[in-house]
Design a protein around this ligand. Structure first.
Ligand SMILES: Cc1ncc(COP(=O)(O)O)c(C=O)c1O
Length: 359
């Protein structure tokens, strides 16, 4: 499919203070848009970032057929834009689409539009410690009639945003004991907008008590750890690294799977299994709990300072002593920024994208 390109005549780049990048607030000049109707994707285009016109009867607003992804790009020392594992994001977007009864987007169209967009807005990629261009692909229903049914039309968009790290310090986390994020047979493994809407109240309550995030537990017994609201989680007990297995209720995180690969390569023992919170508490009491950390695209690898379980604070060792989370943080950052060789083929370099002419 051809991608039509309309460049902005009023770039906002000059007005951005790149030393102050509150997460997600600033949007780059262009966006990639594709429409779906009559059973096919059509009218792929890169256009100036602008507001959308939607019917008040827009079915995504009423019935929630809306899914999204999150990725990041950086520039290397030669000025080439590098995107981290976008193939994984389009695969996951399409899995989310399947679960939400939405159409799949062709992977090659996604990658082509993404690369052209990044090339066009390459000057929006910030450099400096922890900074990157956050990439937000999303798809939503666009039928304009009420009545609960599968929409027949959709819009897919990618826009980007220069950002600083999502979390600026180690996290204080509240272990869920009342609310549930996902349940067997539900949509927990989909990156569906509604999952995040449902997490707002519990997160707000945790925030009011001094925590940054909720650690979600299984919905049967509140016994098995799942993930946080924006990340997967890992624990280090003695010389073993544990992370909850993909059970259909948690997101198959791109950062999670990258961390597992890097850890195994370093000879670490990683167990993907049901992680019983009692095992963690026991290890804490025995002095065996060495580390706990969160992984995600927006967050990167972020230390957990403490988590609160049934009123008890489980306080983790000082950050300087955390061997594995520090290793992962540094290693992933180096790979993403092109400072460490990409032995896994995780990086997509944006070179010679044909912009301005339909290709
Ligand atoms: C609920 C949830 N879990 C885990 C993750 C981490 O996934 P990834 O590493 O692909 O960003 C995210 C972030 O997208 C998330 O929102």
């Amino acid at each position: 499919m051809q991608i039509r390109v309309q460049k902005t005549t009023h770039s906002r780049l000059g007005s951005v203070d790149f030393s102050d990048l509150p997460f997600g607030k600033i949007k780059s000049d262009h966006m990639f848009v594709v429409d779906y109707s009559n059973g096919q994707w059509h009218d792929a285009r890169i256009v100036p970032f602008e507001d959308l016109m939607l019917s008040p009867a827009n079915s995504a607003l009423h019935y929630g057929q809306a899914i999204f992804e999150g990725m990041k790009a950086q520039v290397d020392e030669q000025g080439t834009a590098l995107i981290f594992r976008p193939d994984q994001n389009i695969k996951r977007l399409n899995l989310s689409a399947d679960r939400m009864c939405m159409p799949n987007l062709p992977e090659d169209l996604f990658l082509k539009g993404l690369k052209q967009l990044i090339q066009l807005d390459i000057d929006w990629i910030p450099s400096g410690e922890g900074k990157s261009l956050y990439i937000r692909p999303f798809m939503f229903a666009t039928d304009d009639s009420v009545g609960v049914k599968v929409s027949e039309s959709y819009m897919f968009i990618i826009f980007t945003s220069p950002v600083s790290p999502y979390y600026s310090k180690p996290l204080k986390i509240k272990v869920a004991d009342k609310y549930v994020r996902a349940f067997d047979g539900g949509v927990g493994s989909a990156k569906a907008a509604g999952n995040y809407g449902a997490s707002m109240l519990p997160t707000k309550e945790a925030y009011a008590q001094g925590y940054h995030q909720v650690m979600w537990m299984d919905g049967h017994e509140f016994k098995y750890v799942e993930e946080t609201g924006t990340t997967n989680v890992f624990f280090v007990i003695g010389d073993k690294i544990l992370t909850p297995a993909l059970d259909g209720n948690i997101l198959d995180g791109v950062t999670r799977k990258s961390c597992i690969a890097l850890l195994k390569e370093e000879g670490a023992t990683v167990e993907e299994k049901r992680v019983d919170i009692n095992e963690i508490i026991e290890a804490y009491k025995n002095g065996e709990l060495k580390d706990a950390f969160c992984t995600g695209t927006a967050a990167s690898v972020v230390h957990i300072e403490l988590f609160n379980y049934k009123g008890q604070d489980i306080v983790l060792p000082p950050v300087a002593e955390r061997k594995w989370s520090n290793f992962l943080h540094n290693k992933l950052d180096a790979i993403k920024g092109g400072k460490s060789s990409d032995t896994h083929d995780w990086i997509v370099e944006v070179v010679n994208e044909n912009i301005g002419v339909s290709a």
